[in-house]
Write a protein that binds this ligand. Structure first.
Ligand SMILES: [Zn+2]
Length: 269
């Protein structure tokens, strides 16, 4: 059977973000995403980025973009790159976000199943902090991103709902106090588990995720006009429908392993 999996792993985000702030990329991590490197060369020359703002909507599969492409128009027109990305196995949230932000595979960072211990492996947050930069996470209570990156010298803004998360995230961008901001929304994932990936309920949450990303990028353009900013729409894994009209993920199958990422670099005006 043809292997239709994407060729660039989500773990490349770590090294891309490290390299864009002018810090050394270690051989121990996945290498930077070549498309982002090429974009940075074209847009920034040798300059670095001042701000890194990553939006992590949960479970947005590549096939969802392929099938509901029009919905993504607001995200596409605000990004420089739309590209298929490969998740890691098992394709569940804490495993995937651990790989995305450490740049290493589950065997190395240690989260190999659905569990949410605090990571001791060096993360993107640690690299920013070591470089004297300030980092923040804006997320919902008890979710992977709210737990596995704890115990760092950074700020955590944890709320009950994605609406509160998104409101705070826009405020943070407005205040411009952080060099790295990571924002998590788990509502598409939560809804698709219950009603299926293509249910009206889940697709309504997807629309909200895309609308937030659009608002986030617009805010970057207006509020951070004088900054070079690297930003992205970066889901962790995909999803597939299972019996009973529910949704699931976690398997080594195209639907779960291939995700859609959008990336952009806004240059200082
Ligand atoms: Zn997830």
């Amino acid at each position: 059977m043809a292997d239709l999996n994407s060729s660039i792993c989500i773990s490349s985000l770590h090294a891309s973000a490290v390299s864009l702030i002018g810090e050394e990329v270690y051989d121990s991590t996945e290498k930077p995403n070549a498309a982002i490197t090429a974009l940075a060369e074209k847009k920034l020359g040798g300059k670095t980025v001042d701000r890194t703002i990553i939006y992590n909507p949960d479970a947005v599969a590549l096939w969802v973009w392929q099938k509901y492409t029009e919905k993504f128009a607001p995200a596409m027109i605000r990004s420089d790159i739309a590209m298929p990305m490969l998740s890691v196995m098992p394709s569940v949230t804490p495993v995937c976000f651990a790989s995305m932000y450490t740049g290493v595979m589950p065997d190395v960072h240690g989260i190999k199943k659905y569990e949410k211990p605090v990571l001791t492996t060096e993360t993107l947050f640690d690299r920013f902090i070591k470089a004297g930069k300030k980092a923040a996470i804006v997320s919902t209570k008890n979710d992977s991103i709210s737990l596995i990156f704890l115990e760092r010298e950074m700020d955590y803004f944890i709320y009950d709902t994605p609406e509160e998360v998104n409101k705070k995230a826009l405020e943070i961008i407005d205040e411009d106090k952080y060099d790295l901001v990571v924002i998590y929304n788990g509502d598409y994932d939560g809804t698709m588990h219950k009603f299926g990936p293509e249910s009206e309920e889940a697709l309504a949450r997807l629309d909200k995720n895309i609308a937030f990303y659009a608002e986030m990028v617009d805010k970057i353009h207006t509020r951070l006009a004088d900054k070079n900013v690297f930003y992205g729409f970066c889901p962790d894994h995909g999803c597939h429908e299972i019996d009973g009209g529910c949704g699931s993920h976690g398997l080594d199958m195209e639907e779960d392993m291939n995700v859609i990422h959008f990336y952009g670099i806004k240059t200082a005006e």
